[in-house]
Design a protein. Structure first.
Length: 549
């Protein structure tokens, strides 16, 4: 980790940075065309800066730990088997870890709202930022998670789902319409609940597996031996086992979704560079460690061919954790897990509103969306974008009727492949930033914060993200397995991205930026003009804040 110190340096490049720093605001602006200059940081200063590193970390954490772990893990286990499932989580975890390093480094250099959208146009091509921004809005504005709330509530109630959509829709609105700090504190609380739940599940799972429950034998690695470490999918033998593993990989990708939210609110964070860097380090370690530990325990508790996990119904009743706990006689756990799944769905719905509204704000700063989305209230909240995102929550009522629900689900599921599109763009942003640094005589030591080896991690993340996207719907190409909804969800984002990219490039005549054309001087000047103090060293009881800070 290193911090830019322009005043003390005598290198030619840093002398140029000092000269830029004393120029007027107009001269240090970034621009999208020769005749149109737009200041990235002017609009950012109009937003609230109420969030801290602990908020950013927990917002990211609650965006990751949700239905993918607590509910969808049953599908993953039945598809790949215990070892196949564990390997899938390790593989995807390494890819998302590399991606996290990429977005953190670029965001620390250019910490702005809806960061990777702005990064794409600053380091690559304005058209890429435009395409990524509108795909993000599209995938965020469809309120699929709020629809999931109604399903989760059927665990306790048989009331009409429209009632729960209305009740919890109001909760989402109230969470987002006042102050971003209010949203941050709510998500921080939900994050603490999830950490406690995961720790509790791991401890209970170990007790059950080791024979600590009266009347139940020690399980050990019994289910790894019988029915076996890998499940077969689509065919038999080694090919069937690999197909099951790769199908599971496609599912696990979306279980890790939400990690890119770490820089979504950079413009509303106090000292964003240091906050993003700290959160990036700690969030990945927590997510990777907690996911692998929890999944490992899960593979010991339930067999992959158990009939109860084959067809989950979307509530805690189909969770493999719940099935294991019920068989062990721990009856309160299903209600606890369902309650936390409920908070997970609400957190994801909140994150959808945040992503849509902030991306609209980011696009509006570059005149890629109406300027009305730049309006903020006295608390620095972009209320117009929030209002529009909240209005789209009413689409959830389509899920109440079967005919409308089918159409709604087709488009809603595109958000899954949009996640991979995000990862690809994030990796491209870092690769182009690195090329620009080299071309203009800078080194990685000039960056405000760095991770070891990220220049290689970006290529690693790009390769596997593209591979995951292209093979995400491979099952549809197996004879007798084609499903339009699955094919649509897996691949629609590809033509959508191409159309948006080419359309904006044709309309605005945008230019692909060569490495030497990327504006780095203005970014390093901003680092000098807005220095951030280092975090004080932890002492005594303060080490407990490592759990959330």
């Amino acid at each position: 980790m290193s911090t830019i110190s322009i005043e003390e340096s005598s290198s030619p490049k840093k002398t140029q940075i000092t000269e830029v720093a004393v120029e007027s605001d107009v001269e240090s602006l970034n621009y999208s065309t020769e005749n149109e200059k737009v200041d990235y940081f002017y609009h950012e200063k109009r937003l609230s800066s109420a969030l801290k590193a602990r908020h950013i970390g927990m917002i990211t954490l609650v965006g990751v730990f949700g239905t993918g772990l607590f509910l969808s893990s049953s599908v993953s286990l039945s598809t790949a088997g215990p070892v196949g499932m564990l390997l899938a989580y390790i593989m995807v975890g390494l890819v998302i870890g590399a991606n996290q390093m990429c977005i953190a480094e670029v965001s620390c250099l250019l910490p702005v709202t809806s960061a990777y959208v702005k990064h794409a146009e600053h380091f690559v091509d304005e058209s890429l930022g435009f395409a990524m921004g509108w795909i993000d809005i599209y995938s965020s504005i469809l309120p699929g998670e709020l629809s999931a709330v109604a399903v989760v509530m059927t665990f306790w109630s048989d009331l009409n789902p429209a009632i729960w959509i209305t009740v919890y829709g109001l909760v989402v609105v109230l969470t987002n319409v006042y102050n971003v700090k209010w949203y941050g504190e709510i998500e921080f609380f939900f994050g603490i609940l999830k950490i406690l739940l995961v720790v509790g599940i791991v401890i209970l799972g170990l007790v059950i597996d080791l024979g600590g429950v009266k009347g139940q034998q020690r399980l050990g690695f019994h289910y790894w031996r019988d029915p076996g470490p890998f499940a077969e999918k689509f065919t038999t033998g080694s090919l069937g086992k690999f197909a099951g593993f790769w199908k599971c990989v496609s599912s696990v990708v979306y279980a890790y979704g939400g990690t890119q939210a770490i820089s979504m609110l950079a413009g509303e964070t106090e000292y964003p560079r240091r906050a993003i860097f700290r959160a990036a380090k700690r969030v990945f370690y927590r997510v990777f460690t907690m996911y692998l530990t929890t999944v490992f325990i899960l593979t010991l508790l339930v067999a992959y061919n158990d009939p109860e996990i084959a067809n989950p119904n979307g509530t805690a009743a189909g969770s493999p954790f719940v099935i294991a706990m019920k068989r062990a006689g721990v009856r309160v756990v299903p209600h606890i897990i369902n309650g936390v799944v409920l908070t997970s769905a609400l957190s994801a719905a909140n994150l959808g509103v945040i992503k849509a509204s902030r991306t609209l704000f980011a696009l509006a700063t570059k005149k890629q969306a109406p300027s009305v989305f730049l309006w903020v209230n006295r608390h620095g909240l972009p209320w117009v974008g929030v209002t529009l995102a909240c209005l789209f929550l009413s689409l959830c009522y389509m899920s109440v009727t079967n005919s409308a629900s089918n159409v709604f689900n087709y488009f809603q599921n595109v958000s899954s492949s949009a996640l991979l599109f995000n990862w690809i763009v994030i990796a491209l942003n870092h690769i182009h930033m690195s090329r620009a640094l080299t071309a203009q005589g800078y080194t990685r030591k000039d960056l405000p914060y760095t991770f070891y080896g990220t220049q290689y991690a970006s290529w690693f993340s790009l390769f596997f993200s593209v591979l995951f996207l292209l093979t995400g719907g491979f099952a549809n190409f197996i004879k007798g397995n084609f499903e339009f909804s699955s094919f649509f969800a897996a691949y629609f984002v590809i033509p959508l991205g191409i159309i948006l990219f080419i359309g904006w490039k044709f309309f605005r005549k945008t230019k692909y930026l060569k490495p030497e054309e990327v504006d780095l001087k203005g970014l390093f000047a901003d680092i000098q003009n807005t220095p951030e103090p280092a975090y004080p060293k932890l002492k005594g009881w303060e080490y407990i804040t490592l759990l959330w800070g």
